[in-house]
Design a protein around this ligand. Structure first.
Ligand SMILES: [Zn+2]
Length: 326
């Protein structure tokens, strides 16, 4: 009885989930293009399905493909991509897609096996970070060179904090979508590229207004390297000195971080999903810094990457603008 009921519930949940995803996808289109009818779901069966691993990348792909494909985002918004694990249903969805779009460079560690399997079964995979100018960790940036996410030369997966890298991915997408699904997204992708140039210009204006001495960044983990590279900020350190949020904390590292913050006059600690609030509070206490939350790996309420990047740039600029530095 229980089993029957829960089976029925699972099937219902799966159907509801599928419906919800297409509604969310349509909602994103409506947001991106300023309206249009999203009530008509009749063509949902005809368009190819693109499975995208993370919400931010999903929003980008959705904006680029417009109504030429149905985008299914695998990870729920707000999840930590470094540690998220798929359910059997998620794996099935990935394997049933016409094209898989992944971030790559180890960001979606929990999905790697499912994506490899789908690839082996013939599902085409587009890896966003194959199309960007990859940032690598420089000597002295990580605290533990024996950790593969901190060693000099480690490749940074967080490319979306630089809109010009996102634009490079969007530029590469039409060829991949066309060859995998036959859909022609050239027009919508080109329009979105223009929009991304606007995002970059706004971020450059906001972040460029912060005095150079105040441009030291401390984050929960090393998530803002691309933003720092693009807009000439300095990575002073991270609570988790790692490209993954799943690194190890040590008292010695935290003492080093506090010293580096004091030396650089850093007065703000940006915390993220997965940052220990206790550790952040202790660092703030020891250095006189303010803790500012930053959703570096989640979409804002309107589901738009454009809003995401505008928000990040504005929050960083306003937090740092008046903190001095020296
Ligand atoms: Zn991260």
């Amino acid at each position: 009885m229980m089993n029957m009921m829960s089976m029925t519930r699972n099937i219902r949940a799966a159907i509801a989930g599928a419906l919800l995803l297409s509604v969310v996808a349509l909602g994103l289109v409506a947001t991106g293009c300023g309206g249009g009818s999203s009530a008509d779901g009749s063509s949902a069966g005809d368009v190819p399905v693109i499975a995208v691993t993370t919400p931010i990348l999903g929003a980008v792909v959705q904006a680029a493909v417009g109504d030429r494909a149905s985008v299914e985002v695998v990870m729920p918004n707000g999840a930590d991509p470094h540690e998220w694990q798929p359910s059997a249903q998620d794996v099935a969805r990935i394997q049933g897609a016409d094209l898989i779009v992944q971030n790559g460079l180890g960001l979606e560690a929990g999905l790697a096996k499912a994506i490899e399997q789908a690839k082996a079964d013939g599902v085409p995979v587009f890896t966003a970070t194959d199309h960007i100018d990859v940032r690598t960790v420089k000597a002295g940036e990580g605290a533990d060179p024996s950790d593969e996410d901190q060693a000099p030369g480690a490749k940074d997966p967080h490319f979306w904090t630089d809109p010009t890298q996102v634009r490079a991915v969007v530029q590469a997408l039409p060829a991949a979508v066309s060859s995998a699904t036959g859909a022609d997204i050239a027009q919508s992708a080109a329009a979105y590229e223009k929009e991304l140039s606007g995002v970059d210009a706004r971020a450059a204006a906001l972040l460029g207004a912060v005095p150079p001495a105040a441009r030291g960044i401390v984050t929960g983990h090393e998530s803002l390297g691309y933003l720092a590279r693009r807009y000439e900020y300095r990575l002073v350190g991270a609570i988790m000195p790692s490209l993954s949020s799943q690194g190890q904390l040590s008292a010695a590292h935290l003492a080093d971080l506090e010293a580096a913050m004091k030396a650089a006059g850093v007065r703000v600690v940006f915390t993220e999903k997965g940052t220990s609030p206790q550790v952040a509070a202790a660092i703030a206490d020891a250095t006189g810094a303010t803790v500012v939350e930053l959703a570096t790996e989640a979409l804002p309420a309107d589901g738009s990457y454009v809003t995401y990047m505008d928000d990040i740039a504005r929050r960083i600029a306003s937090a740092l603008a008046n903190t001095g530095g020296r």
